[in-house]
Design a protein around this ligand. Sequence first.
Ligand SMILES: Cc1ncc(COP(=O)(O)O)c(C=O)c1O
Length: 451
Amino acid sequence: MKSDLTRRAFVRTAAAGSAALAWLGLRRTPTVAAAAADKPALLGGTRIHTGGWPRWPEWRESWEPEILRVLRSGRWSSSGGGGQVADFEAGWAKLLAARGCVATSSGTTALITAMHVLGVDAGDEVITSPFTFIATYNTILMLKALPVFADTDPATLTMDPASIESRITERTRAIVPVHIYGLPCDMDAINAIAKKHNLAVVEDACQAWLAEYKGRKCGTLGDLGCFSFQNSKHIPSGEGGAITGDRAELLDRCQAFHNCGRASGSFQGSGCFSRGSNFRMQHFQASLLLSQFDKLVQETERRRENAAYLSAGLQEIPGVQPLRLPENSRPVWHLYAFRYDPEQFHGLSRDKFCRAMNAEGIPCGGGYREQYHDGLLDEAIASRGFQRLFPAERLKAYRDSFRELRGNRQVCETTLGMFQTLLLAQRSEMDHILAAVRRIQAHSAALAKQA
Ligand SMILES: Cc1ncc(COP(=O)(O)O)c(C=O)c1O
């Protein structure tokens, strides 16, 4: 497995091993972890983890009657209001202690809607994190605005607030912090900068369902927060998204924009009052989501407990380091990520470390690349629209500024991650993960030498 494997490919790979066993009802109980002194599986030793890992997504038979009810009702679209989508909106807002919620067709459409209603427009700039799923970049570009990257703090993997102010120009309209992997950003510092410069804050909480920062849920800390319920997510509905917020007027605008511009809430009676699109969630999706609230709460705790156990164990192993979390915050670990220092593994590359972990039966990958080098932004800024909207010297300076993202480069080169399903396994299986890292550490010289 390549260390830069994508999260979605990761889900498929991690699920594939366990799928056949799970289908047969034979998920094997884990074998006892071999001692670190034994040869790594990559060098011909016995693999540490021979069982599978929890598969994803998971469903329960108890959800089926509700899905059938939607099917038989013939009311599948939420265009008329009410029904499961309205119930989901009320329930999600309550779970997050937000004033309101607007359900959308995806996290992408949630972000587009939220930024639009907060005034992000063609020719604007939006400061965001480069270390994110590519949809964050795309949504800003869809609004014909420029995604300007704050640097990533290698210790936290989130936006470094100290790097924001130098990126603000007279075109900057909003900040989009990303709670990547469910790791809360330092929102007090980000909100303070936004307030000082009169900027909107849209939280990309697409991987941060129930994550907490100083006692409040991520997605309720900025002007608006956006969630994704795509298949790999902790609460999946195939596709789906939501926007949360505390200001009724903003939520009414989101409701209108995502429903073809039809007036909503306090704007009702005024006809079609805004531009808009069809970004509506279906009742099938809402029904699936409503069935999973309790499961999400329980599994979030389980992931947290296992992640804390892993962090305590990794802390003791030279060359791997758990992440630093903002004070009084509770992440939800969409990926369990940690930092890797090849120097302390006799120069063993991150790629090879991953291969050695995979050989031990533990799927592990490198996470996001430096995506600003992938051509997407070059294509965007070379387009007629962007050429018309931004002066050539601004676009050149923008392109050159990627070189300054040293923290992000370090993160892309040194971070490792394991998909959330591993954290749903038993405690003894966390011991397998730690045993594998210890074994690779103990044999790193031999592994590094091996071609
Ligand atoms: C950080 C982040 N932002 C935005 C999105 C977009 O969400 P969706 O795939 O539901 O459109 C995702 C989804 O993977 C994400 O992880």
